[in-house]
Design a binder for this molecule. Sequence first.
Ligand code: ATP
Ligand code: MG
Length: 323
Amino acid sequence: MPLLSLLDRRLVVITGKGGTGKTTVAAALALAAAEAGRKVLAAEVGLDEHLPRLLDPDAAPVGYAGRDLTPGLHAMRIDPYEALAEYVGLQIGLRGVVRRVLENHAFRQLMDASPGWRELITLGKIWHLEQMRDGRGRPRFDLIVVDAPATGHGLTFLDVPRVVGSAVRAGPLRRHASWVEEMIRDPKRTALLPVALGEELPARETADLVTRLRDEVGVAVDRVVVNALSADPFPPDVPDLDERLGAIAPDLAIPGSPGASALAACAAHLRGRFELNRRWAAVIADTTALPIVGLPRLANGARGADALRTLGRALLAAEGSVA
Ligand SMILES: Nc1ncnc2c1ncn2[C@@H]1O[C@H](COP(=O)(O)OP(=O)(O)OP(=O)(O)O)[C@@H](O)[C@H]1O
Ligand SMILES: [Mg+2]
């Protein structure tokens, strides 16, 4: 069966270990979707903002109010305290009073020590954004791409509505948690996109993450992104370049060039990285039984619209062709 396109979901939640490329993949997907004509929201969840600066290094923060980064691509940072002020303000009306209470130092200390509310309020805000309609009754956003916190936190993030649903028996909290849970568990609306690297530790943790997300949280996971894969370093007509360099007498001097043994060591290093990435990507495919979407390691880093477009193309290339 072909993969249901990421562009046809309402919500794609990007997750993975720290530093695997979650924000980069979120930005690449959001940009690709906007350029394919979707109205896109890129929502960054966390303390800092990184996503807007991938497109423009001088970009001012977008904050909770959000801003259009390019036509069709809106970005915001979901701050749980802002979302809480909005939620409570909507429920009881007194926004100014609510904001003053939430800014109170003692109240913040109490809230910082309380588990779960940040995740629930953040997901509640995402649900609200998914429900928003324009004047003609069409969704305000076709696709919401969420740059979720690194795992560890990623699982709790999506699991909180279920926990609340089973702990709270009635009332608005229960109702709101169940709306959020319904959204997370609808495979046509929501997909979780794990981002891993082709290296031992992220590869081992990805299989565990995918199993727990599918079985415990019930969210659709239909592919795994393996980011920053090294390209095959040798030209197709000399696939054994490293071996050939290794076979040259080490003391052979090539005028104006490093010695043969230095070249052979470089080539061996390149092959090592390439094969390591390939091996661990294959382990991820085996242990998750999911299609792998490989993204290239970009030699000049993954900043700027062109780099993000390259990654966006690779991200969507597999759709329609992967069983
Ligand atoms: N395909 C790629 N090629 C080259 N560099 C990349 C690639 N993907 C990401 N990077 C670089 O790797 C670094 C980490 O990427 P990114 O910030 O997207 O990771 P992250 O998972 O969001 O990190 P964190 O867990 O800290 O939020 C950045 O410097 C980014 O530019
Ligand atoms: Mg990030």
